[in-house]
Write a protein that binds this ligand. Structure first.
Ligand code: PHE
Length: 335
């Protein structure tokens, strides 16, 4: 019996499989009901009891060996034979890896400018509690100011952060001034999805707190930033605005002019493009975060990365940043 098993295995190994037909021949010879192995299984009952176990194992092993030869050969010859005419010396295919995502490019560039000015980078959680996203930032409870940022609530008091100002609260709670930090990150707002807005986007917010920080420092810092990022000589203007956490508050625009159609469209005919919100940190916010507001003052600002990337690269639809269509992303390969 043992010899017969070895004999079958030997035959199977020597069986030449060079085509799809050979694979079928192999199956007919070794794996059908009429094949030797089936006969061997049938003869198992003649084997003395004390050897049954051993012979049974050998037979099972034989069957799995035969099946393996068959499966491997089938895999090989079922596919188009030409596919296996490999020339391993050829260079590999160039599949698309695209470049660095445009939002990352812009984010990195924005961050590097502020790093040069002495800011550091801080990050925080995207799932945030009411205190860090709203209350500490002077949004009164049930106050309509909370509607400014349509919030995705997860459960009572817990939501997806609507801005990275929440990270600034965390920094202020944990660090004594002087504080100079920027907080990049993804934020979420329950907005209708369109070419200009999405339910999530990316922000970079900045915070500067020290003794005697004034609005002039705010203007100078942001002016320098604009010269670095948008080019020497770019004009800026500040318009009064409102945020619960800053007083006074402003929005900053840069001047593009109305010469080209694109600039005209982008600026709605005014020549000015809004870039960011900013202001002097409200004394109530400093107090909420345990900072002595008699001794320290500070400014904060926040901007949307998509908005700036859209302007920089002439992207008309914000959604294209998130579709991961390689035809779009490849265009930034050399950036
Ligand atoms: N947090 C504001 C927003 O998300 C931006 C901002 C930050 C405004 C800091 C002023 C100061 O719209």
């Amino acid at each position: 019996m043992k010899e017969k098993i070895e004999e079958v295995l030997k035959q199977a190994k020597q069986f030449k499989i060079a085509s799809k037909e050979d694979v079928e021949q192999f199956r007919l010879k070794f794996l059908t009901r009429k094949s030797d192995i089936n006969e061997l299984f049938a003869r198992l009952k003649e084997v003395p009891t004390e050897e049954k176990r051993n012979v049974g194992q050998l037979l099972n092993q034989l069957r799995s060996d035969l099946e393996k030869i068959f499966d491997d050969a089938k895999l090989k010859f079922d596919a188009n034979e030409e596919d296996f005419n490999y020339d391993l010396s050829l260079p590999s295919f160039n599949f698309s890896t695209t470049g660095i995502h445009p939002l990352s490019v812009v984010k990195t560039e924005l961050i590097s400018i502020f790093l040069k000015m002495g800011f550091d980078v801080s990050e925080g959680p995207e799932i945030e509690d009411d205190w860090h996203n709203f209350s500490a930032l002077n949004f009164p409870e049930n106050h309509p100011a909370r509607d400014m940022q349509d919030t995705f609530f997860i459960e009572n008091e817990i939501s997806l952060r609507t801005h990275t100002s929440s990270v600034q609260v965390r920094v202020m709670e944990n660090k004594m001034p002087p504080i100079r930090t920027i907080s990049p990150g993804r934020v979420y707002r329950n907005e209708a999805i369109s070419s200009r807005s999405n339910c999530f986007f990316h922000q970079i917010e900045g915070l500067y707190i020290d003794e005697k920080v004034s609005f002039a420092d705010l203007k100078q810092t942001l002016f320098l930033f604009v010269q670095e990022f948008f080019g020497e000589g770019t004009r800026v203007r500040f318009r009064p605005s409102y945020f619960p956490f800053t007083e006074p508050s402003a929005e900053m625009d840069i001047y593009l002019g109305t010469e080209s159609d694109a600039d005209k469209r982008l600026t709605k005919g005014t020549g000015w493009l809004e870039i960011l919100g900013c202001g002097m940190v409200d004394t109530a916010v400093l107090k909420n975060c345990g900072i002595d507001s008699d001794k320290y003052s500070g400014f904060a600002f926040g901007m949307g990365v998509e908005r700036i990337a859209m302007f920089k690269y002439g992207v008309k639809d914000l959604r294209t940043f998130f579709e991961n269509d390689t035809r779009f992303l490849e265009q930034f390969y050399a950036v």
